[in-house]
Ligand binder design. Structure first.
Ligand code: FNR
Length: 343
């Protein structure tokens, strides 16, 4: 098997090996206050929202993970079956391998075959050309294209990129693309400085993808045992921090939150902190590997129900009202927010 294909299998295998049921993404330091007099009925709650400008039935989706090898083709198929059955959007993993090795293309296009009418997100690294982006979109008949910023991951990889001049290509893709472009991190958190730069080149949709869940510094280190580069294991902004830091940019962007999301309470906390929707990878990977599509469909249905239940308890009719709900931050997050305000 090509080394690039092998790496895709290793990512899945090691992500699952390192999977932890508890996240440390900072959301445990955010407290929501229940409304003891909610003055609302279950049926009055609307959990629909948008993802990169497209209406979606629940505020979460299956984020980028898979494709590029026979094993990850099977995984993409199972994820797509669950996405189609529950009408939630799904992203594939990076399609760059399909551009390089056309024989791997079917491991991505299976996602569209199994989910002909659902919202599908393609995925590429940020350094690609507009022509590559067009091919990646065509392969999936994608509705949205994710461009990932993964400098920290590349640095940990011995075979990774060492040049990170991405701004012009992102700007070109965003200017020419006929579908929405969603710029994302891979678990190190997008900073306010980056948001300012992304705003200047016309990006409107950003997945903040914070630290605290799947950790690509740890995954890449496991791939080359004995030659550890643990420098970046705790690098970056947590999911809670990146959400707090993005708040001054609420009017310029529609945000996706991700990074270690494990339950409905964490989804709702992300929405309260300003996200329009939430991406999950590690939890959905773990579930589909252990319980197949059926188990994942069950989990997604439970999450929808539980998000609605929490919105009832918070007295919120819709996602916009969640933004106004009262919450407190731990002293650590409060201090983080105050220090940012001084900048
Ligand atoms: C990923 N992620 C990812 N992201 C991306 O933009 N392109 C990719 O190809 C991949 N590949 C990938 C493989 C595997 C096995 C995992 C688990 C994850 C990153 C993913 O989309 C997300 O940003 C992070 O995993 C953080 O979310 P979780 O896993 O903590 O919910």
């Amino acid at each position: 098997m090509d080394t690039h294909s092998h790496r895709k299998d290793e990512h899945v295998f090691i992500a699952e090996k390192l999977y932890q049921a508890d996240s440390h993404n900072g959301l445990e330091q955010v407290k929501l206050f229940p409304h003891n007099l909610p003055e609302i009925a279950w049926d009055e709650v609307d959990i629909t929202t948008t993802l990169a400008g497209k209406k979606i039935p629940a505020p979460f989706f299956i984020n980028a993970m898979s494709g590029g090898s026979p094993a990850t083709a099977k995984l993409n198929e199972k994820l797509a079956v669950a996405a189609a059955a529950t009408s939630i959007p799904m992203a594939t993993g990076s399609e760059s391998i399909a551009l390089k090795l056309p024989e791997t293309a079917a491991s991505f296009s299976i996602v569209r075959e199994k989910n002909p009418v659902g919202i599908v997100l393609g995925n590429l690294g940020a350094g690609h050309t507009f022509q590559d982006a067009q091919k990646a979109i065509a392969l999936l008949k994608a509705d949205i294209l994710e461009l990932h910023l993964n400098a920290a991951q590349e640095i940990v990889m011995p075979e990774g990129d060492r040049s990170f001049k991405w701004r012009a290509s992102i700007a070109e893709i965003a200017a020419k693309s006929t579908i929405p472009i969603l710029v994302k991190e891979v678990g190190f958190g997008i900073t306010p400085q980056t948001l300012q730069q992304l705003h200047e080149i016309g990006i409107k949709y950003v997945d903040l993808s914070g630290r605290g869940g799947t950790n690509f510094a740890k995954i890449e280190n496991q791939r080359r045992r004995g030659k550890d580069f643990p420098l970046l294991d705790d690098f970056g902004l947590s999911t809670a921090e990146t959400l707090i830091a993005s708040q001054p940019f609420q009017t310029q962007f529609s945000f996706t939150a991700s990074g270690g999301i494990k339950n409905a309470l964490e989804i709702v906390k992300c929405l309260v902190l300003g996200a329009d929707n939430v991406g999950l990878s590690g939890l959905f990977l773990h579930t589909v590997l252990k319980q197949g599509s059926t188990g994942l469909i069950e989990l997604i249905s439970q999450l929808k129900y539980q998000v609605q239940a929490l919105m009832v308890l918070l007295g919120c009719h819709n996602i916009a009202e969640l933004r106004k709900t009262f919450f407190t931050l731990s002293p650590e997050l409060d201090s983080f927010q105050k220090q940012l305000l001084k900048k």
